[in-house]
Design a protein around this ligand. Structure first.
Ligand code: RB5
Length: 147
């Protein structure tokens, strides 16, 4: 199960990505927004991040105009590693190295064709499980415990 959400700036791209997920046969839950009416990106970044952190979704996809505000929001939720990607190299590396669990996209930055390829790359790349990457991720998690 995937969790997907956007603000109004990401609404159209979210619709396109959901169509692509359906074509791939991937299940998802849409956390909104549900129209192009102006809204606040933290509401949707938070909802998707909390679904992923709670284990209700394996991965999340979040979209706003730049991808910045919504990724900043998601990264405030403990256990979330949200990566803003504008290219496939970053999408592959953040799954392999950072075990990112949320992909953030900027709908006003990347076109639909590239965004869909970034989504596929992100979803199809496994975490490397390399010791050094596990160690670094544990150091990120240690920030919440101040250790
Ligand atoms: C909305 O106008 C815009 O600020 C938002 O989509 C996003 O880019 C914020 O980071």
């Amino acid at each position: 199960m995937l969790a997907i959400g956007s603000d109004h700036g990401g609404f159209a791209l979210k619709q396109a990505i959901m169509k692509h997920l359906e074509e791939r046969g991937l299940a998802y839950k849409d956390y909104g927004t549900y129209s192009e009416a102006s809204c606040d990106y933290p509401d949707f970044g938070r909802a998707v991040a909390q679904a992923v952190a709670a284990g209700e979704a394996e991965f999340g996809i979040i979209i706003c105009g730049t991808g910045i505000g919504i990724s900043i929001t998601a990264n405030k939720v403990p256990g979330i590693r949200a990566a803003l990607c504008g290219d496939c190299f970053s999408a592959e590396a953040t799954r392999s190295h950072n075990d990112a669990n949320i992909l953030a996209l900027g709908a006003r930055v990347v076109g639909e064709g590239l965004a869909v390829k970034i989504v596929d790359t992100f979803l199809d790349t496994p975490f490397s499980n390399d010791e050094r990457h596990i160690r670094r991720i544990k150091k990120i998690e240690g920030l919440y415990r101040n250790d």
